[in-house]
Design a protein around this ligand. Sequence first.
Ligand code: C2E
Ligand code: MG
Ligand code: MG
Length: 646
Amino acid sequence: MFARHVRFNLANFIAAAVIGMCVLAASVVVGVNFAVDHAVSVDARARAEDWATYFVSTLPDLDRLLATGQLDDRQSAVVATATKVGNVFRFKLYNAAGSAILESDTKAFGKDQDSDHVDEEASEVVSTRQSLVSLNDGSNERNMPALYAEAYVPVLNADGSLRAIVEAYVDQTKTAVLFKTSFETLAIGLGLGIAIAFGAPALAFLLRTNQAREVKHRIEFLARHDPMTSLLNRTSFAEMLAPRMSKRNEHAQLAVVFLDVDDFKTINDSYGRDAGDEFLKHVARTIAGLCLDGDFVARAGGDQFIVALTRSSQLEVTATVEAMIAAVREPITARGHRISGRLSAGVYLVQSAGDVEDALHQADLALYQAKIDGKNTVRLFSVEMEVRMRERRVLEQLIRDALTLGKFELHYQPLLDVDSKTCKGFEALLRLKDKNGAYVPPPTFIPIAEAIGLIDQIGRWALQEATRTAVLWPDPMFVSVNLSVRQFAGDHLVGDVENALKASGLPGHRLELEVTESLLMENTQSVATQLKALKGLGVSIAMDDFGTGYSSLSYLWQFGFDKLKIDRSFIMALDVDEKKALEILDTIIVLAHRLEMKVTAEGIETEKQATILAGLNCDQFQGYLYGKAAPAENIAPMLLRKSEPV
Ligand code: C2E
Ligand code: MG
Ligand code: MG
């Protein structure tokens, strides 16, 4: 479209330039002819005047000739040679009264002859005493040059009075040709100069204008489209969706679909940004390729896309979305890497003419749900989702605020030695109050903190706070800090732990770190390296909530865990099916001891549970029976009693 525009204007410019050149050429022709005529006249006058001077100075006894009109021999000789001088091919001599005395073919008129005949031009010179020149075309006259000048030149006395008039016929044919050629060359040069002087800036201006127009069109395009994929952008998508929503076809299902690449950051990090961009373009093409007439797609930013689909039923909508997810899963080669991506999708089925932003929001909520439900899937928006999401957003904000305003707390729950029933250390447990002052359970807010990428910062704070607190406790009491799997994803966990120990002054052996089984499902090499480095700091590592995940005991040995914390659910199971629970607990404890790990039983609430686990050779107890988690200042009695039984 832009190219057509440019061509059209260039054609205009060329047409204008051609017309301009024609006008210029016509003006040049007229101008050159006029200039040549003028120059030839001026030249003829000069030549005639020069010739007249020459003639009267070489002609002896001019006054006598003027008076008598009779040529003597000497004068005849001069007259005979005079026409061979310069371009003058003929001349006449008039007396001061303007009467012809002599013609160049040496015809003297004599005193009586024609003496009263006064030439018109000569008589004008008599009165003006100025030279008079006229140019004549001699091409049709016999024995005449093609162009000649007739110049009347006054010959003056020393006192300025008129002595005679010489009429010289000057052949200007060659001079005119010479002038014409010179003027034409000059005119062409000038013309070219003018063309360059005016044409070049005009052309530059035109190109600049076209460039500016192109830029304007590009800016307009960019304002409506995503530059990388050339899909619509979010704003123009919303503009297009509005009329569709207000004028809905009753027999068709309009759906707004939000699609997001799962873990796109990993693709970017693993294969580089260029490959990441290639992949996004592939996703854009794939999604657009599965659209039908009337559907439209936008890139909502980053790795997110929005599609408006019109299908005959909800089933067809989900089938299309599932086809998109499946197509994107097919691997592609980008920048030499084989990449296969996954998509999550949220669908909002438009029910009534409503607000566009609301529709986009509902689809976004459904997408969010798809992500929470494990990604690589599609979810339809429901009203309950809205309520859940609203609560979630409130929690997200609460977490963000708590982090920036320092509102997180750590409570400490005692860990007791089974035999001596003495307190050996405390587990630090994170606490967060909602706006009403009620504590939000960690299993509610920790996954959210992980999802919004804040667990690293929160975990770092917990490490610093716990070590700062524990250093005040009697040696060798330890503090146990929970770590999220996410904290192993970066490369700063070991540094964070080291810094916390250094800053607090707590020796490494008084710090225990609790990790969960899910950690072993991650990149085991990197996890193993980090665990080893942590152990190198003297820190001990405990496997928390053992039995709730999928890892095997052999794994634990490989990673060199120091302690196993049996999940509360096994302890609770004692009250339900004591025999079976006993068997399982016995197996776990025996095996853990074989692998040189200590065993802690979590969630001891009754004396009965404590007695059974003591009988199974459990090493440590943790549970409400011995104390709930409490703020650091409230655990003083336990600390004072130090190693005494609680
Ligand atoms: P966990 O590490 O297994 O912590 C023990 C949980 O069991 C704590 O719940 C504790 O209050 C509770 N508990 C202890 N004894 C009893 C008992 O006798 N009966 C009952 N019913 N519960 C008992 P809490 O504090 O709600 O923490 C829950 C989970 O949140 C923790 O489980 C841990 O996985 C996570 N968590 C807590 N603090 C942090 C933290 O700083 N970082 C990370 N990443 N996770 C944390
Ligand atoms: Mg724990
Ligand atoms: Mg636990």
